[in-house]
Design a protein around this ligand. Sequence first.
Ligand code: 0X9
Ligand code: ZN
Length: 301
Amino acid sequence: IRVVTEIFEGIKINDYLDNLALNHRDIVTVKSIGRSYEGRNMKIIQISSNPNANKPVIFIDAGIHAREWIAPAMALYVINQLVENSGNAHLLDLVDWHILPVLNPDGYEYSHTRERFWRKTRSISAGSCVGTDANRNFGFHWGEGGSSSNACSDTYKGPYAFSEVEGRNVKSYIESNKQRIKLYLTFHSYGNYLLYPWGYTSALPENHVELQSIAEDVNAAIVQAGGDEYTIGSSTNVLYIASGGSDDWAKGAAGVQLAYTIELPGGGAQGFDPPPSLITPIVRETFPGIVVYGEYIGQKF
Ligand code: 0X9
Ligand code: ZN
């Protein structure tokens, strides 16, 4: 399957998106949302069976954390299934899909070429250490619990909210489409968690019952497809407190009512490095969960 070969060659991901745009002009548009700190193009793919209808949008990103390679692989598999498998055409009728497979391309590249378990961006701020945790840098309750002021920490919050251009690019994109974006999904690894806001407080959002119940349906579909059970709950309550996350920002600041961090299954020595033989099984068994999200948004809006 082509998706698997893309995973190890980050530079080819943008080519895959461009080729889809060429070969599926009717349903695919590829745009750049801006450039990364080191100048890499951040390409987003918009998949729609009728781009002129004002359909609800599901926004998905992956690869905020460089070393979590299964996340961009998952995003690419979702893209592959939505565009190249006509059996999923119904998912394009009610919903438009906007997918950014690599949010942190500099870190992703660095984790392939220099340091396999690099997590952060590659920006240089004051001090000796490189990089900010892009998932501690979003501007909603930025700098509160679970984020570090130490530039050498893997959870460094950055010098100020949205200091990272990659997060700023996502912010602008979501803000310009926020009337239509009904669901925000961000792929991470690892540990099989379906997390909803908040990550900055143990308090629950007003729609937590809905957030919980959708996640239970998503989990059931994944388990049905042979996947392992997910732990479901708010980030702070079932994982740990961590402020400045993209999901909290999407819900709390951009007003996207439904937002989830999906911690995909682990594998390998460190958990972030499932062997290549596990990539296809993982993305295959997880896709039915994404279908559940699509059908839910389709029927609700
Ligand atoms: O710590 C994180 O950023 C995420 N876990 S990971 O192991 N992939 O690093 C969880 C983020 C959950 N969301 C928020 N805390 N807002
Ligand atoms: Zn992560």
